[in-house]
Design a protein around this ligand. Structure first.
Ligand code: F6R
Length: 616
C-alpha cells in the first residue's frame, strides 16, 4: 500500500526510479511522483494516474541527476490528484519527502504549524510531516558533524503518532538520503557504489541481491558508497545484511499477459516449494522446524486460533477445519481486524497463527501483537522473508512461494492451505492420526503438482465458460465443509478483478434466504466433489436448476452423474478431502481471471485496491 523507491549512486537516477516504481506499482496506483537533485536544486514531478503517465510527464531529463526519491500512491488522506501525489516539500522547498503509512496526529500538528505561518498545498498527512522535518531542520544550528538532516528527521519522528516508511532528502545535503520506518516496510539495498531504499525487496532484484530489512524505529542514512543504520529509540545500530534468495526473473512477468496468470501457472511449483524438506516419510508425518516448539509443546496445544484477512483468512478457515477434523485439535479462524478488538477467554495453551502473504498487513499484525501482549504464543505463516510478522512472531513457516505481484492473491492461497495440511499432519500424528492416514496424505502431496498441471491444461475450456457468463451482474458460489472457504475465495477473486458482484455461501444455506437471488441471469458455481456430501450437493444444484438458475459445477474427474444436472462442468482430479481445496480453487481462479479479461479489466491492478494493506 504505497510504494517508495530511493536511489543514490553514480547512475542517472530517473530511469532507476521509474523502473522501481513500475515494480512497486502493485502497492498503489492512483498517482506517482519523483524528486531528484540536480546541480540547480530539487526537481519534483508528480502526476495523478499510473506510472506510465508519470514516465511520459518526466520525459527526457534536461540535467543529470544521481540521487532521488519516488512514490506510487494508494490514497488515504486526500483524493488522488497531482497536488496530493508525493513527493511533498517543506516550507523552504529544499526538503522533499515520500511516505507510506498514516500520520494519525497530523491534524493537531498541521494546526500548530499553520499557527506558526506554514502554508499547506495538499490534503495529505505527508505534507505535514515534510513541514515538521523542515521546521526541525530550520531550527537546528548548522552542525559540523553533518547530522543536521538526520537529527531533524529523528526529532520530527518523535512528535508523530502513526505509521511510516519514509525517504527524505535536502538540497543542502547532496548525496544523502535518510530513510526511516515504523509500521510500514522499508528495505535498504546495498549495491556497488550505490544504495537504495524500497518498500519491497523484489523491486531491487535487477540491481542487488544484498539487503537490510529495516526494523520499526530504524533510521538509515544512505550515500553512494556507504550506509548507516541507527534506532530512533536508543541510537544503537543493529542490522543484518541478507542475500535475497530468488532470481531477478522471479519478479518479471515473462511471456504471460498478466502477473496473475503467471502466478496461477506457477502453482505446481508453489506446492513443491511449500512442501520441500517438510514431509517425513519414515514417521508418516511432517516436520516444521521453524515453529520453534518441542514435541512436548506441540502435543500440549489445546486450541489453535488462525488470524488473517481476505484470501489469507480463507486459507486459515480451511486450515482450522483441517486441524479439527483430521488432527483433533480445537481450532477456529477469525478476521484479524475483528479479533483484535474482542476480549475472548481462551485456554492458556492456545497457539495463534497469523497468516499473511506480505507479512505486513496492519490488521493481522495488530491482532498478532494483541495475542502476544496477552501472553500467547503467536506463529506466522508468511511469504515475505524479513517482513514484520515474520520477525515479530515466535516462530512460523515460510511459504517460499516467490514474489506474488498480481494484486489478486492466487499462489499464496494454495501455499497457505498446503502449509496448514503439513501442520495438520504434524499435530495429527502426535495425537490420533494413524500412520496409514499419514502416508495417504503424504502420497496425496506428492501427486498434487501433476494434478494441478492437469487442471491448467483445461484453461481454454474454462476461458470459454468465463466468456459465456461474463455479462452476469451477480454470481453465487456454493460449497460445503472444506469447500465453503473455497466458495468464499472464488467469489472474492471474481469480484475483485472482474467487478461482477459475487458472494460465497455454505451450499445448504441457499434455502435459508439466498435462494431468493436465483434467476435465469444469475449463475451459481457449485463446488461439488464426489465425497460424502455429493448427494446433498446434487440436491442444491437441483434447487438452483428448478428456479432456472444456470449452474457451473466443479466436479471430480470420472463423476458421470453430474453432467445430468449442471449446465457447464469443470473436472478436477481427486485427492484426500483436506487437500481438495487446493485443486478446487484452481479452475475458479482461472474463471475469475478470464471473466476479467473478457470484460477488459486491468487484472493486475484492480480499481481501488492495492497489495499489502498496511493501514488499519
Ligand atoms: C485478495 C487479496 C487480499 C489479501 C489480504 C491479506 O486477492 O489479495 O484479500 O489476501 O489483503 O494480505 P496478506 O496475505 O498480505 O496479509
Amino acid at each position: 500500500m504505497c510504494g517508495i523507491i530511493a536511489y543514490v549512486g553514480r547512475r542517472e537516477v530517473r530511469p532507476i526510479l521509474l523502473d522501481g516504481l513500475g515494480r512497486l506499482e502493485y502497492r498503489g496506483y492512483d498517482s506517482a511522483g519523483i524528486a531528484v537533485l540536480t546541480d540547480s536544486g530539487l526537481e519534483v514531478q508528480k502526476k495523478a494516474g499510473r506510472i506510465a503517465d508519470l514516465s511520459r510527464h518526466v520525459g527526457k531529463p534536461k540535467k543529470p541527476s544521481h540521487q532521488g526519491i519516488s512514490h506510487t500512491r494508494w490514497a488515504t488522506h486526500g483524493e488522488p490528484s497531482d497536488v496530493n501525489a508525493h513527493p511533498h516539500l517543506d516550507r523552504s522547498g529544499k526538503l522533499a519527502l515520500v511516505h507510506n503509512g498514516v500520520i494519525e496526529n497530523y491534524q493537531p500538528l498541521k494546526r500548530a504549524l499553520t499557527e506558526q505561518g506554514h502554508t499547506f498545498h495538499s490534503a495529505t498527512d505527508t505534507e505535514v510531516l515534510a513541514h515538521l522535518i523542515g521546521k526541525h531542520y530550520a531550527e537546528a544550528p548548522a552542525s559540523s558533524n553533518g547530522r543536521r538532516l538526520i537529527d531533524a528527521v529523528r526529532s520530527a519522528l518523535h512528535d508523530v503518532k502513526g505509521t511510516y516508511g519514509i525517504a527524505v532528502m535536502h538540497e543542502d545535503y547532496p548525496g544523502v538520503i535518510i530513510g526511516a520506518r515504523r509500521g510500514s516496510p522499508l528495505v535498504l539495498g546495498i549495491g556497488e557504489g550505490e544504495m537504495f531504499l524500497s518498500s519491497d525487496a523484489t523491486a531491487l532484484l535487477p540491481y542487488t541481491q544484498k539487503v537490510v530489512y529495516l526494523k520499526d524505529f530504524d533510521v538509515a542514512e544512505i550515500k553512494a558508497g556507504q550506509f548507516a543504520v541507527e534506532t530512533l529509540t536508543s541510537g544503537d545500530t543493529d542490522y543484518e545484511i541478507k542475500e535475497l534468495d530468488f532470481a531477478p526473473e522471479a519478479a518479471e512477468r515473462g511471456d504471460y499477459e498478466h502477473f496473475m496468470l503467471k502466478e496461477i501457472h506457477e502453482q505446481p511449483h508453489t506446492i513443491e516449494n511449500a512442501v520441500r524438506g517438510r514431509l517425513n516419510q519414515e514417521e508418516a508425518s511432517a516436520q516444521l522446524g521453524g515453529l520453534n516448539m518441542t514435541p512436548a509443546q506441540l502435543r500440549d496445544i489445546e486450541r489453535v486460533v488462525v488470524l488473517g484477512c481476505g484470501t489469507a483468512l480463507h486459507a486459515g478457515m480451511i486450515g482450522a477445519h483441517m486441524l479439527e477434523n483430521e488432527a483433533c485439535v480445537a481450532a477456529e479462524a477469525d478476521f484479524a481486524s475483528e479479533f483484535r478488538f474482542k476480549n475472548r477467554p481462551l485456554q492458556r495453551n492456545t497457539v495463534f497463527f497469523a497468516v499473511s502473504q506480505s507479512g505486513e498487513t496492519a490488521d493481522t499484525l495488530g491482532a498478532m501483537r494483541e495475542a502476544r501482549r496477552k501472553g500467547f504464543r503467536a506463529l506466522g505463516i508468511c511469504n515475505n522473508v524479513g517482513s514484520t510478522i515474520a520477525r515479530e512472531s515466535d516462530g512460523g513457516v515460510y511459504m517460499h512461494a516467490g514474489p506474488e505481484i498480481g494484486v489478486a492473491a492466487t499462489k499464496s492461497f494454495v501455499s497457505q492451505v498446503a502449509i496448514f495440511g503439513l501442520l495438520t499432519l504434524c499435530l495429527g500424528r502426535m495425537r490420533y492420526m494413524s500412520a496409514s492416514t499419514g502416508r495417504e496424505i503424504i502420497q496425496a502431496y506428492e501427486k498434487l503438482p501433476n494434478q494441478i498441471n492437469r487442471i491448467l491444461e483445461q484453461e481454454a475450456a474454462i476461458a470459454a465458460i468465463a466468456q459465456k457468463y461474463s455479462s452476469a451482474k451477480s454470481m453465487l458460489f456454493l460449497g460445503r465443509q472444506y469447500n465453503y472457504p473455497v466458495a468464499l475465495e472464488a467469489a472474492l477473486k471474481m469480484k475483485e478483478i472482474s467487478y461482477i458482484h459475487a458472494a460465497g455461501f455454505p451450499a445448504a444455506e441457499l434455502k435459508h434466504g439466498v435462494i431468493a437471488l436465483i434467476d435465469s441471469q444469475t449463475p451459481s458455481v457449485c463446488i461439488c466433489p464426489e465425497d460424502s456430501l455429493h448427494e446433498k450437493n446434487i440436491s442444491t444444484i437441483q434447487e438452483v436448476k428448478a428456479r432456472k438458475g444456470p449452474v457451473i459445477a466443479v466436479a471430480t474427474e470420472g463423476d458421470t452423474e453430474i453432467k445430468h444436472h449442471a449446465d457447464d462442468l469443470i473436472f478436477v482430479p481427486r485427492t484426500v478431502e483436506m487437500l481438495q481445496p487446493i485443486l478446487n480453487i484452481l479452475p475458479l481462479q482461472l474463471l475469475a481471471y478470464h471473466a476479467a479479461v473478457a470484460l477488459g479489466r486491468d487484472v493486475d491492478k484492480p480499481r481501488n485496491l492495492a497489495k499489502s494493506v498496511t493501514v488499519e
